[in-house]
Design a protein around this ligand. Sequence first.
Ligand code: GAP
Length: 477
Amino acid sequence: MKNEQNDLMEKIVSLCKRRGFVWPACEIYGGFSAAYSYGPYGAQLKKNIKDLWWKKFVEEREDIVGLDGPILLHPKLWEASGHTAGFNDAMVDCKECKKRFRADHLVKELTGQDLEGDLAAMNDALAGQKCPECGKSSWTEAKMVNMMFKTEMNGFDGPVYLRPETAGAIFVDFKNVCDSTRVKIPFGIAQIGKAFRNEIVARNFIFRTREFEQMEIEYLFDPEARWEELFDKWLVRQEEFYYALGVQKENLRRFEHPKEKLSHYSKKTVDLEYNFPFGWSELSGLANRTDFDLSTHAKLSGQDLSWTDSATGRKFIPHVIEPSFGVDRALLAALLAAYTEEKINNSPLERGDSAAESGCVKNGVTEEVRIVMKFPAKIAPVKIAIFPLLKNKPALVEKAKNIFDELKKDFTCEFDDNGNVGKRYRRQDEIGTPYCVTVDFDTIEKDDTVTVRDRDTMEQQRIKVSELPKYFSEKLK
Ligand code: GAP
């Protein structure tokens, strides 16, 4: 089972590179410390995930507004939020092979104990334990290191940080949002953007990186309201979002942080975890941050960050529930959930010549394993691929180009005339394209119909060219 899972991760990493979803950044210089680039299909997939989130949580709601704050923010913000003093992880090095580890993760791996935050206990637990890399037992003292990236800014005295979470900008802009819009408590402020953490060890592909994206909402409410109900509703909304990405119910679970492990600002935190090939791990978080952030910002800035109830005149600092999603982890879960291998015996029309060329035609029957990314249509990077049956027949190519030009006005389309049709189908299956349209001789000589092939069923039907926009509007809505 474990091997099958490792195998799955390897297959995803390989498909991501092969098909232009994600690959290691700066490969021409030998790569750069677990940094990844999103290739053409990955960038589109990521955009579709963010667009879906924005639509669900901003555009379709009356009570949530959007924000796009800066990455470089006033360092006082991070003082107030507790990041300057306390955003630390424990680091330990093997003195023999110089391999660096996150100490609490290493202790968990070697002893099964969860000692996060307790340096002394971690040092005791590591004594005598063997380095998983070199097998020796010689450790430096575990020490806490701050995870914020430090930089400098012209005209500013002192260190400046790349934001470690998008939430910060939302709190410092709370007053401006209230003053410039018609929001009424309860309401939320949503933001999507980059966050940076100087992780001691970045690993598991795009699961843990030092530069990543978050989609966060600070949902502000009256401290006298029943926050438990609100919290539960938000958990369900978060789960629904992952189901919309194609995540299967059995691969998603809730994990409530024990009271003694809660962050300094949180009254309750529940993570949604996904059953990744490397084990159940955090996909997103939901925390009741109380009035911690607004109160500390009010104190440090000297500004009034309270809300006045217009009906009663009652003044209070709103409390906050924070649903926090990681874009890259959502994308990784969507890739894993979509990945499918199917043994198929298919028709000559479906296979083109590719099966015969790859030697998998036995006694006239084609046996092939097809890899198909069964993304929900909403997030699929390409919605429709359009092919002329043959590249060297100008009439077919021209007709297919015309259809492409028409459909691309409303859908993300791709034109492909390379190789045989069977190979083109396989390529689009791996990209996760829900529909392929093929222009053949019947199209131009007979009835102006094309073949529309469904990714999941592989069924093909003839549709009139004039009916394609309506057909796809219904299928892809
Ligand atoms: N504002 C709350 C906050 O930032 P968090 O649990 O530290 O909470 C929220 O981060 C989400 O951001 C995580 O659930 C995860 O999806 C994503 N995330 C955090 N660190 C990450 C990293 N190093 N690489 C990729 N995603 C990360």
